[in-house]
Design a binder for this molecule. Structure first.
Ligand code: ADP
Length: 617
């Protein structure tokens, strides 16, 4: 028997493990399973290059065995195993990562799937165990060794017996504490749960002998009897969906997968299966859900994709895989090129992640463009759910994305239920200078706007912006295909208005001088007596939106009160000018306040407003 000390780094790491830096001790199982899987991959690789070594995939598996009496849990594999020297090197010194060595020794290899990139995984077992035994036999020799360690002090190695090549790791669990019940780790359900959660897609079957019940031979429907028996169960799914060939899969399979993974309850609007090789290799299945999650607009809600490295779940919600404006996308990404920085239990922000994100962004936008062209109804379903998020992308990043997104925006218009900007552009009249838009809650509501009537009379199409952010997006875009956007309720500054103003208008201005920048007559108002429009950068809609934003410094629209000179109410008002100043003032305020109401603005003094109306009634 030989007793050895760990090298300095290992000792330090062990100390960290024993005093558990992890919030999640259970990941030890994931780490040991990954090591076992790597050891079998290596066997496979050696068999490829060495005729003397046989590899029959069916014979390779991982076995987990909990023992409640002895409070141990073993993880067994029939991978390459370790010689005595390898034991010392791999499990005694941290600086030496066996996988790294293996990689160097097999430089010719293009197959980097076999490289476990988890640095210090084995030692995580010390979070749950105070004694660890590793019984191992290398495929290279007919000798087995038993490595034992009780923790930070060191380890010993002695000769041992084992029939075939491979490794059996036995963990002696720690005593339960107030904070952690280690016994739970011996529970069949717990193990099942951990495997399906963290190691579901390991390529080899993960077996466990479990207790089951079946009806006895003399069992009848009147007198049912059951007996217990034991049987091997496979705990993982082995071949993950995303590694399968697209041609083998049907839409149904994707829909089932969507529900099984709890991405949603209903069939998704769309799915994307990606298999990329090149600068970075990754596989991915992505979904656009058909329903907006109830907590979608909650800032606290975590977004992101599930990230796997070689079938091992690294992160449940990796935000860095999606630009924020695609945060509604659900799904998984699996890449062997991603590594885990285990000392932080955190993914390093790597170049690899950037590459994957760019790729995913491109693929999702392609899919959205396809939907828009090929299935307008489905696209509308998507846009009703997530259009707002997509639109926010136009002003993310200082508007850099606006160009690639603008053709994905759809709007109702006075002529169509749904139109893209390019379709609107094609329908524009030859001499039409602007792309016109109106703010309203729906197409129907827009048709009631006093100002829209003159556009409809002239058969000029007007886009209807229903989202508060729409106008901000339009401001970022500025123009589409060389045509500028123009709100139907902005008016140009009229320099000579002052001189042309009638006496009535001048007097009204005096009354409303703190409220409006201009009052003008507008013959096209038809059935309405007055209407509010705006001048300058901030529209009335923007004023409403800004009002609800934190940090808003009282930004308001420059309002223009438009008066219908042919309306009886205005004629009445004119009659009181110079005769009854009080009533003239009341009428002026009424015309202004009802215009505010029609614009969706609140009235500053609702009580006075109600009293004025009552007086008239
Ligand atoms: P990593 O797997 O990232 O290299 P670990 O600390 O988990 O780091 O393991 C150290 C080394 O020990 C591995 O690289 C591997 O060479 C060896 N090893 C661990 N578990 C096994 C196993 N089940 N079979 C064979 N070798 C193993």
């Amino acid at each position: 028997m030989k007793t050895k000390k760990f090298n300095a780094q290992t000792e330090r790491l062990m100390d960290l493990m024993i005093n558990s830096i992890y919030t999640n001790k259970e990941i030890f199982l994931r780490e040991l399973i990954s090591n076992a899987s790597d050891a079998m991959d290596k066997m496979y690789y050696i068999a490829l290059n060495d005729d003397k070594v046989k590899f029959d995939h069916d014979e390779y598996y991982i076995r987990i065995t909990p023992n409640k009496e002895k409070r141990t849990i073993t993880i067994e594999d029939n991978g390459i195993g370790m010689t005595e020297d390898e034991l010392v090197e791999n499990l005694g010194t941290i600086a030496q990562s066996g996988s790294e060595e293996f990689k160097k020794a097999n430089k010719k290899s293009e197959n980097h799937e076999i490289i476990g990139q988890f640095g210090v995984g084995f030692y995580s077992s010390f979070m749950v165990a105070d004694k660890i035994e590793v019984l191992t036999k290398s495929y290279k020799e007919d000798k087995a060794h038993l490595w034992t360690s009780n923790g930070a002090k060191g380890y010993e190695i002695k000769d041992a017996d084992k029939d075939s090549h491979g490794t059996i790791i036995k963990l002696h669990l720690r005593e339960n504490t107030e904070d952690y019940n280690y016994d739970e780790l011996l529970d069949e359900y717990k193990i099942r749960d951990l495997v399906s959660h963290h190691s579901n897609y390991i390529r080899y079957p993960i077996k466990m002998n479990v207790e089951k019940k079946r009806p006895t031979e003399d069992s009848t429907s009147e007198d049912p009897k059951f007996e217990s028996y034991r049987e091997d169960d496979i705990l993982n799914q082995a071949v993950p969906m995303w590694r399968k060939n697209k041609n083998e899969l049907k839409e149904e399979d994707y829909n089932d997968f969507f529900r099984q993974r709890h991405f949603g309850f209903e069939d998704p609007t769309s799915y994307i299966h990606i298999n990329v090789e090149g600068m970075i290799a990754f596989k991915s299945i992505l979904f656009i859900p058909s329903r907006r999650p109830y907590d979608f607009f909650n800032i606290e809600t975590k977004r992101g994709l599930e990230l796997y490295s070689n079938g091992v779940l690294i992160m449940e919600k990796c935000e860095d895989l999606l630009p924020p404006y695609l945060s509604f996308v659900k799904g998984i990404v699996d890449s062997e090129d991603i590594s885990l920085n285990i000392s932080r239990e955190m993914l390093q922000k790597t170049r690899e992640l950037d590459l994957i994100r760019k790729n995913i962004e491109k693929k999702v936008l392609e899919e959205l463009n396809r939907l828009l062209k090929e299935d307008r109804d489905k696209y509308k379903e998507f846009f009703d759910n997530f259009g707002v998020v997509l639109k926010s992308g136009a002003y993310e990043n200082y508007g850099q994305n606006a160009d690639k997104l603008k053709d994905l925006f759809i709007y109702p218009s006075t002529q169509e239920n749904v139109t893209t900007l390019s379709e609107y552009r094609e329908r524009m009249k030859p001499d039409q200078e602007f792309i016109y838009y109106a703010n309203a809650s729906s197409k129907e509501a827009a048709q009631e706007l006093p100002q829209i009537k003159s556009f409809m009379d002239k058969d000029i199409e007007v886009l209807v912006l229903t989202d508060p952010i729409d106008e901000f997006v339009i401001k970022v875009l500025q123009e589409y295909d060389e045509k500028k956007f123009k709100s139907i309720s902005t008016t140009e500054e009229n320099k000579d208005a002052e001189e042309k103003d009638s006496d009535v208008i001048k007097d009204m201005k005096e009354i409303l001088k703190d409220e409006v920048v201009e009052i003008k007559e507008n013959e096209s108002l038809k059935s309405d007596a007055s209407f509010l429009s705006s001048r300058g950068e901030i529209s009335i809609e923007m004023e409403k939106t800004l009002k609800n934003m934190p940090g808003n410094q009282g930004m308001v629209a420059q309002k223009v009160l438009e008066i219908n000179p042919n309306h009886p109410a205005f004629e009445k008002l004119q009659k009181y000018r110079g005769k009854d100043d009080e009533l003239f003032k009341t009428y002026t305020n009424l015309l202004y306040n009802q215009a505010r109401l029609m614009a969706g603005l609140e009235i500053k003094d609702p009580i006075a407003f109600a009293r004025d109306i009552n007086k008239l009634m």
